[in-house]
Design a protein around this ligand. Structure first.
Ligand SMILES: N[C@@H](CCC(=O)N[C@@H](CS)C(=O)NCC(=O)O)C(=O)O
Length: 213
């Protein structure tokens, strides 16, 4: 299954990093197009034509004589893991575990951390009740992940798309005003995943992109 002219529209954001880490882990060749969301480039007509939601990451490639476009980082992770037979067990209980933990990360950790970042840093007003509520919700997930990682090297049996989806959010723990050293097993996992060469490369993409400014 060839993916010619693979292109990824990304910025220095956690959901973009999921895709760049996976593509680096898979050793794919791809063109990177920077979309600076602080400058609202996600609302350019050519971006909206690919993803009407106006969000990144987006990927596209040629396959079977036509251009294929995908958005939503979780969908991209699942699709590319399946295509390449990597980071998602092909069947059985191991696959069920990866999909379950992936959903905890996609539907819990990521959106709640994004909201926490808003209320702790980005919002012009920071009502105490909002900050307490959202940081508490993220802390609950950190504790769940920490307990899971007390019994397992990675979130499931082996390094998987659940780990790839979680890492770019956990490594930005300062956004949610939590301290990683208070979650011993999560910190051990974080440092292990951070040491992977593909993760280091993926976190540095797009080259020179900064979320601030
Ligand atoms: N559920 C989506 C969320 C995508 C998302 O929120 N992307 C952010 C960057 S991490 C974005 O494009 N923000 C700009 C905006 O919301 O206008 C995914 O996982 O891909």
């Amino acid at each position: 299954m060839s993916q010619d002219h693979l292109t990824a529209w990304l910025w220095a954001t956690p959901n973009s990093n999921r895709v760049s880490i996976l593509f680096e882990e898979l050793g794919l060749h791809y063109e990177i197009v920077g979309v600076n969301i602080r400058r609202r480039e996600q609302f350019a007509p050519e971006i909206l034509a690919m993803n009407p939601y106006g969000k990144i990451p987006i990927v596209a490639w040629d396959e079977g004589g036509s251009r294929r476009v995908m958005f939503e980082s979780g969908a991209i992770l699942i699709d590319f893991a399946l295509r390449h037979g990597r980071f998602l067990p092909s069947d059985g209980a191991a696959r069920s575990r990866v999909l379950s933990w992936l959903m905890v990360v996609l539907t819990g950790l990521a959106p709640l951390s994004g909201q926490a970042h808003h209320w702790t840093e980005l919002a012009p007003e920071k009502p105490t009740s909002a900050v307490t509520h959202i940081v508490g919700a993220v802390e609950r997930i950190y504790r769940v992940l920490d307990r899971q990682l007390a019994a397992s090297t990675f979130l499931c049996d082996n390094y998987s798309i659940a780990d790839i989806a979680a890492f770019p959010w956990i490594t930005r723990y300062s956004w949610v005003t939590l301290r990683l050293d208070e979650f011993v097993h999560l910190k051990r996992w974080h440092d292990l995943v951070a040491s992977r060469p593909a993760v280091k490369r993926g976190m540095a993409i797009p080259d020179g992109a900064r979320l601030e400014g």
